[in-house]
Write a protein that binds this ligand. Structure first.
Ligand SMILES: [Zn+2]
Length: 71
């Protein structure tokens, strides 16, 4: 049994590592709206390793998404 059960990706990073970043996922419409500078809540946020793309966490609850929208 490992001492901490923190998940690591293929590179061996935990979610506290600087490579592991939250990514905002938008629908096509969302991208257009954000692209013209209007605040829009993402469809989903994934916390993933920027290097290998391993997903640590997927957030799709509306309240969290609204708090994380672009300003
Ligand atoms: Zn990785």
């Amino acid at each position: 049994m490992p001492e901490n059960n923190q998940k690591t990706c293929r590179c061996g990073y935990t979610r506290d590592h600087p490579w592991v970043v939250p990514k905002h996922k938008y629908s096509l419409l969302g991208w257009v709206i954000v692209g013209i500078g209007i605040s829009y809540a993402p469809k989903e946020i994934t916390v993933e390793c920027d290097k290998c793309g391993e997903v640590f966490e997927r957030i799709d609850d509306k309240e969290t998404l609204l708090k994380n929208k672009y300003k």
